[in-house]
Design a protein around this ligand. Structure first.
Ligand code: IMP
Length: 192
């Protein structure tokens, strides 16, 4: 089985991606690779941040690896929080404060259209490849559900009646931006 280092410290992302990968590929987390760093996300696009993360890990390990960067983009706020999603309400990266700020900024706004966009950067044999997954949906008026992470309690994907946080991981996976990006990654890896 092929093994890739997944450049993240977010266990939710690891679990979601392992669910999609099944037995086709194995991933090693940073923790499992004995790497204890918080990789910087200094750029103003998801693509550049994903590249930064995979590049850092490739230079440290010399192993095939991938990273992903995800943003929540709302139409009414011109794409915000977007690439700033993790630190929308400040440097302490609080999911709760980020949601509070989002709901406040959208208060009274009838346009609740939003999308999650995931960019994966894969480094295979020293060469970089990018993949994208998008999930369209809407922002709720208030929090719904307790599962998942990040903005899951306030996001309902198109075609669903529940928020991501009201779904199991398997249900979220039917709609998920991350799953769509990972499926492209898998299709690519299966050809190489
Ligand atoms: P990053 O990709 O770890 O930088 O994530 C950016 C921000 O988006 C963080 O606040 C995450 O919690 C949030 N986020 C990323 N993926 C998801 C998701 O699948 N659901 C909800 N929030 C997410």
């Amino acid at each position: 089985m092929n093994t890739l280092v997944f450049a993240t410290n977010n266990q939710h992302k690891v679990d979601e991606i392992r669910l999609v990968l099944g037995n086709s590929f194995d991933i090693i987390t940073l923790k499992e690779a004995g790497i204890d760093i918080d990789i910087p996300e200094p750029h103003d696009t998801l693509e550049a941040n994903a590249s930064e993360k995979s590049g850092v890990i490739y230079r440290m390990t010399g192993k095939d690896c991938f990273s992903e960067d995800t943003g929540l983009e709302t139409e009414a706020l011109n794409g915000e929080p977007g690439v700033k999603s993790a630190r929308y309400a400040g440097e302490n990266r609080s999911f709760e404060a980020n949601i509070d700020k989002l709901l406040k900024n959208l208060a009274g706004n009838e346009n609740r259209k939003a999308r999650f966009r995931t960019v994966i950067s894969l480094i295979l044999d020293g060469q970089e490849y990018l993949f994208e997954g998008i999930c369209n949906g809407m922002i709720t008026l208030e929090r719904r559900g307790r599962n998942g992470f990040g903005y899951d309690p306030v996001f309902i994907p198109d075609g669903a009646s529940h928020s991501f946080a009201e779904m199991s991981m398997e249900e979220k996976s039917v709609f998920s931006h991350r799953k769509k990006a990972v499926e492209q990654l898998v299709a690519f890896l299966q050809q190489h």
